[in-house]
Design a protein around this ligand. Sequence first.
Ligand code: CUA
Length: 333
Amino acid sequence: MKRYGIIFILVIVSTFLIHTWLISIGLFPIEASAQSVAIDQLFHVHLWIISFLFSLIMVTLIYSLIIFRRRKGETGDGAHLTGNSTLEITWTAIPLVAVLILAFAGAKNLGAIRVIDPSALVVKVTAGQWYWQYAYPEYGVTSTELYLPVSRQIDLQMTSVDVIHSFWVPEFRVKQDIIPGRIVELRVTPTLIGDYKVRCSELCGLRHAYMEGAVKVLSQADFDNWIAQQQSAAPISPELRGQQLASSYGCTNCHSTDGSAKTGPTWLHLFGSNVKLSDGTTVAADEDYLKTSIINPNLQVTAGFPSNVMPDFSTVLDQTMVESLVAYIKTLK
Ligand code: CUA
């Protein structure tokens, strides 16, 4: 009985020490969203359980190794035990109850972080290899950086143009995979003004590790200013807009503008040239050809390049955007 008492005390002391250590190493970045509070609460419950279970096992193990070690002159075997029903029922029942309680708490928290606010600000997110692009339909504004007003729920409607990406701002805690050909939703309510970073947390190719983007949470007044600025920005020429689109949508990751070889055909001297296609025919690279190639890249594939490589931009780029891209490609004549 005395040994149980010693183990009990050691387990309690160890639990507090391990828990203090886990807290002190800074496992969590700052909480910057309403959703992060509920998630962190659950995490902290788990940290206590982890500390306790680790202590229970390690203290008992180390204590037994020392106290029940084979001493000098001892040659016999230990006592032979053949089962203990009370113990077996106990170690089945306690984890069962614990798991049920955690499942209930988890479901309750999931409900809390998924609450839908009908007045949420809709931001359309496009992910691609390897960039983030945002559109604010309410204001007719697009951006390559995510600007958000503080204390308002954001309804991120996300899609991918190529492979699976994943939207993750650690300070917001919530995370969502982005599936090509589908619109997935993620709701987050930023609560802390500041600069953060979105990271892609799904392995998505060569530059996955660099698929980061700025996230700025602003006061409502600063956000309104930013929107007004974007809306009143002097209209830029289609050529310049096309150049910006080519970079923000990742076109130039595959199509060089200086004639160098990349995954796709170069854009240098493309317009007005005669393009040899993989079916042996030749086509004049006029505006129609360029538009078709952007929207339906597998229709006329340039000889020497594989088909089914270019992402589907037909749902991402509207007609004006395509025309801007064509205008830009024309300048590379
Ligand atoms: Cu996108 Cu990893």
